[in-house]
Design a protein around this ligand. Structure first.
Ligand code: CA
Length: 259
């Protein structure tokens, strides 16, 4: 690896700023590797302009021209940042981004949006992109935006709640037991989330009703037992577990170890 590339990496990740004397710097974990960029763009001429420009900046650049190709490359390899067009053959950039996030790939994504696009830029951010740039854009601006994303690093992963091998992902609204997805209704999800946030503690029926239904609920409080039953039949019984325990006269407890 050339010193030029390593210096470029330091400039990109910010060590150069942190250490103006140029002494060692804290390049921990970087290993002098160049910043790796994946460009997913089906307009081959534009893809080549971006690729050549970023290579000139000292970056390592891979290019994919289709949505499925971009999804595959971003899932199989490790990049510091992804430049993702929206209108792509096979799979839109939105779908690529959504699927990456649902696979737990948190590489920063900069989306390229068309000026007269049928999509709103807000959609890009909603679907997990970290920034967007409207076409046509200046290369200097693209580099500045990428630099900011690389310095910021991967976005924080949403916290996944876990009790043993029972997991609940509030952001992606997924429940899994022993790695197997478990389908639950919205109400069951809310009830399980409440139990998991209080795992190990006894929660009363009243607390459950106030938090999972609402404080003004005036129906039959036995609804809680009904829903506890539904949940047990989904997250416990098929797996031979008993995470949701009944504390007679007090309420319910979700075992911290997942039963
Ligand atoms: Ca396109």
């Amino acid at each position: 690896m050339s010193a030029g590339v390593a210096a470029s990496r330091r400039a990109w990740v910010g060590d150069g700023d942190a250490d103006p004397m140029g002494n060692r710097g804290s390049a921990e974990g970087m290993g002098g590797e160049p910043v790796r960029v994946l460009v997913v763009e089906d307009e081959t001429a534009l893809a080549e302009v971006i690729r050549a420009g970023l290579v000139d900046e000292g970056l390592a650049v891979d290019v994919q021209h289709t949505g499925p190709g971009g999804l595959w490359a971003a899932s199989e390899n490790t990049y510091d940042v992804v430049v993702l067009d929206i209108m792509l053959p096979g799979l839109s950039g939105y779908e690529v981004c959504r699927q990456l996030r649902s696979r737990g790939v948190w590489t920063p994504v900069l989306m390229l949006t068309a000026k007269e696009g049928e999509y709103d830029q807000a959609d890009a951010l909603d679907l997990g992109a970290d920034d967007y740039l409207t076409k046509p854009f200046s290369f200097v601006v693209l580099v500045a935006r990428l630099r900011a994303l690389v310095r910021r690093g991967a976005p924080a992963r949403p916290v996944v709640l876990a009790a043993g091998d029972l997991t609940l992902d509030p952001a992606r609204r997924l429940v899994a037991r022993a790695g197997q997805p478990v389908r639950v209704t919205a109400r069951e999800f809310a009830l399980l989330e409440f139990l998991m946030r209080h795992r190990g503690d006894v929660v009363s029926k009243t607390q459950i009703i106030e938090n999972v239904w609402d404080a003004h609920f005036d129906g039959d409080p036995n609804i809680v037992e009904v829903y506890i039953g539904y949940l047990r039949r989904k997250i416990d019984q098929p797996f031979g577990r008993s995470a949701i325990q009944t504390e007679r006269g007090m309420g319910y407890r979700l075992a911290s170890d997942g039963g």
